[in-house]
Write a protein that binds this ligand. Sequence first.
Ligand code: PLP
Length: 470
Amino acid sequence: MDAEQLRECGHRMVDFIADYYKSIETFSVLSQVQPGYLNELLPDSAPNRPDTLDALFDVTHWQSPNYFAYYPSDSSTAGFLGEMLSAAFNIVGFSWITSPAATELEVIVLDWFAKMLKLPSQFLSSAVGGVIQGSASEAVLVVLLAARDRTLEMHGKKSLEKLVVYASDQTHSALQKACQIAGIFPENFRLVKADYSNSYAVAPEAVSEAISVDLSSGLIPFFICATVGTTSSSAVDPLHKLGKIAQAHDMWFHIDAAYAGSACVCAEYRHHLDGVEEADSFNMNAHKWFLTNFDCSLLWVKDKSYLIEALSTNPEYLKNKASQENSVVDFKDWQIPLGRRFRSLKLWMVLRLYGVENLQSYIRKHIQLAKQFEQLVLSDSRFEVVTQRNFSLVCFRLLPPTSEDDNGRNLNYSLMDTCNSSGKIFISHTVLSGKFVLRFAVGAPLTEEKHVDAAWKLLQDEASKILGSL
Ligand code: PLP
């Protein structure tokens, strides 16, 4: 490492990034390239001699104020600075001894966050505490492994084939992947149909019923996953009731609040977490809608012993006095990989440099913009808002003329495609009750009222053209 070279290149890179943000609206939001485009631009093999810094990649601009697809993945100055510091130290903090500051800062910021979310005291480090995972997918996988082993301990190792997982059919596919990895038999992965007439939350009675059927067949229900803010439509499952069902059957109850957890730092949205006290584990992604650059997924568990039993190893070459004395947290035993980055730095930076009040205002502003977009959709009778808006996601569609026999699929696909191909905005879609639905998720850091208005005008103009050509 040549410090002066780092200074020079670092300054150039910061200038490049600052200029990128300054001119971000000039780029097509959704990259307009074809698969394989980069092969034509880059050489077949790595350069033999050092190359220059001057390459610009054609990316999809997630930080564009006109980005409304999927869910947001926000960056911020504080997040950047935290990432820079983390890269500077470049520690691999798997055990406390390998970087006491990394472990201890993680414990502290997870406590800060738990308090912001008003999580029950059992989730604080005075009881157990939280850990930063790379993603919600990793979070659900590790708790599923813990729950699996806990249940196998109760019922015998040979009962793996009888273990059943329950979730709504609106649950993110991360749970399916976790089941595949954990060896849950595919036929024992129960996706209970959500209540389509009630904003796509799952009905606790339907989960109870599925459990009863399985119990009578000699199966072992062991895991329920509820979602606060489902991926398709931001539905909120009834946490309290699902938690009680899990408790009654000695099951693990996990809550996935990957996206909407951020909103719950505001008092007026906190009720969506009522019932979290019943959960064995709770997860939210600070890297989605909380200004913390990717990746930073926060997981809290009520009892760490099962997690550690499922994930720990203790080879000679990692032994050290602090770990042997059990006086420290070794996060290597709470996650899949051994090595881990100093991710708490960026969250610490975000919390310190912005403060809770500003972060709450940030969330409120996006929800306000989503409400504004929802009103615009409601004011145009050619469109409909398809389901209740809970946070900053609006699910809507262009109503199909009666002559259309595919329930508006082609029409709405065309609308999305033409708008995205214009490069002016990027929106995504889902299917709800058989309807092809457009998703407008507000949450990019630079989005203002004018961007929402312009996006709506584009949607209206393109809708007029499409309807006119029918
Ligand atoms: N859960 C929900 C509700 C999500 O919306 C998402 C992604 O959008 C995930 C889980 C998966 O998140 P990750 O990419 O962190 O694994």
